[in-house]
Design a protein around this ligand. Structure first.
Ligand code: UD1
Ligand code: CA
Length: 462
């Protein structure tokens, strides 16, 4: 297999985003535009990757993180050919250069494979697409035989050329050896005074090199993003594509237009997802999991048969089988719920283990805690796990019963089988099977007369 030297152009400013963030770092489905391109390119196999950066170079560089890529700085953005030229010293003579744009996020690896296969050591290939509205884009000019003879930029095009709806997507496969010969010959004699990579078509033909076109049928797959309207349109396109895949793979989405996947979803059988659910990062849902409306799940695993009711938020948590969560529950990072555990409405759980078949059903905060099996937490109970500086642990043994509106002041342990009376403030450990009550004693007074208002008297007439 030949080596593909991917060159991603990402130096542009993205003026029309009106943003402090470099354009290629804006997010689509939770990943930066650039990351989409890099992830797709990585699927091609035998690749090296150069990213041409300029505007917001540092930020762009930091965003890429772990992936093995090389950054090439383009100080001034003098045009697409100039950008590719900066990467040239890093390319391998024997390889095929594949030029991609950091702001064209949805291109598929199969499309890129076709493009690369349309070129060889003696020919280059351009990825084209026939679009509804070609305004602003480079037009593909073909001769009588239908072969490409030039790409003309919108600003340089004649009225007749402007009527052409087949456009240059910008993506090209060019043998590095040839690129080396052509790039230095590109001039700036055009309407924008820029070094146009598109001029390479005429140079190639003049050198007797074949120029092939590979045509992409899906306009949105090769669409570039210049403003936030286009970003929103491509986001929807992506989401529809993912929703369709999930539906066809056996997931019930109550409304595919109201579903957002910002990461990777792994599912069992017969999963049901109601409207306005947002899944972020790596989410795994077991068989028969049901998710109610307006839930957000981020980096979590949910076991078979668990039901997550409407308006719940779950992040970095592992949820067992046949659990019940919500409505209006918040499960925060580091939480592990064992099978059949229940967390009800207006309950927040943070970094805690909830044992099998334990219940925290109403209006509670459980943080830095370990609950055994069959624990019952009464409504309104909270763990006081934080003294303003340090975090402390609460440990509740199996079969512990905590009465409503209890404050468990950590560090504290309530051992197995113990009971805590409602309204208690528990500051000391409770031993096995003890009853602990820590609240003011009730006093009753007979015949109590409430204070009453004195009504104002009319002034006496004399
Ligand atoms: C370019 C193509 C046009 C094509 C269109 C598709 C040229 C001359 N024109 O036009 O035929 O239809 O893309 O979207 O190639 N960039 C740099 N450095 C530069 C200039 C650009 O890194 O000096 C990057 C930009 O960040 C962007 C990409 O290259 O990712 C395209 O640049 P842009 O200025 O948007 O080119 P267009 O005028 O849209
Ligand atoms: Ca553009």
């Amino acid at each position: 297999m030949q080596t593909i030297n991917v060159v991603v152009l990402a130096a542009g400013k993205g003026t029309r985003m009106y943003s402090a963030l470099p354009k290629v770092l804006h997010k689509l489905a939770g990943r930066s535009l650039l990351q989409h391109v890099l992830d797709t390119a990585a699927q091609l196999g035998n690749t090296t990757t150069q990213i041409v950066i300029g505007h917001g170079a540092e930020q762009v560089q930091e965003s890429v993180g772990t992936q093995k890529v090389n950054f090439v700085l383009q100080d001034k953005q003098l045009g697409t050919a100039h950008a590719v030229h900066q990467a040239l010293p890093h390319l391998d003579q024997q390889a095929m250069a594949l030029v991609l744009y950091g702001d064209v996020p949805l291109v598929q690896s199969s499309t890129l494979e076709k493009l690369v296969n349309a070129a060889d050591q003696n020919s280059m290939a351009v990825l084209t697409c026939t679009v509804a509205n070609p305004a602003g884009l480079g037009r593909i000019v073909r001769d009588d035989k239908g072969d490409i003879c030039a790409i003309v930029e919108d600003k340089d095009a004649t009225a007749a050329q402007k009527a052409i709806r087949e456009i240059n997507t910008g993506m090209m496969a060019i043998p590095v050896q040839r690129l080396q010969q052509w790039l230095p010959r590109i001039k700036t004699n055009n309407a924008q005074g820029e070094y146009y990579l598109t001029d390479i078509v005429e140079l190639a033909l003049a050198d007797g090199c074949r120029v092939n076109t590979s045509v992409c049928e899906d306009e949105l797959e090769v669409a570039g993003i210049n403003n936030r309207l286009q970003l929103a349109e491509l986001e929807r396109h992506y989401q529809q594509r993912e929703a369709k895949k999930l539906l066809l793979a056996g997931v019930t989405l109550r409304d595919p237009d109201r579903f957002d996947l910002r990461g990777k979803l792994t599912v069992g059988q017969d999963v049901e997802i109601d409207i306005n659910v947002i899944l972020t990062g790596e989410v795994t849902l077991g068989s028969n999991v049901r998710i109610g409306a307006n839930c957000e799940l981020k980096n979590c695993q949910v076991g078979n048969g668990t039901i997550i009711a409407a308006n719940s938020v779950i992040e970095e948590a592992v949820i067992g089988k046949d659990c019940s969560i919500g409505p209006f529950a918040r499960i925060r990072p580091g939480t592990e719920m064992a099978d059949e555990a229940r967390v009800g409405n207006f309950v927040e759980i943070k970094k805690s283990k909830i044992g099998r078949h334990s219940k925290v059903n109403h209006l509670s905060y459980i943080g830095d805690s370990e609950l055994g099996v069959d624990v019952n937490i009464g409504a309104g109970t909270i763990t006081c796990n934080y003294d303003g500086v340090n975090k402390f642990k609460t440990v509740l043994g199996d079969n512990v019963f905590i009465g409503s509106n209890t404050a468990l002041v950590a560090p504290v342990t309530v051992a197995s089988g113990a009971t805590v009376g409602a309204g208690s403030v528990i500051t000391r450990d409770v031993a096995e099977k003890q009853l602990a009550i820590a609240r003011g004693r009730q006093s009753n007074f007979d015949g109590w007369v409430r204070p009453h208002k004195v009504t104002k008297q009319e002034p006496k007439q004399s």
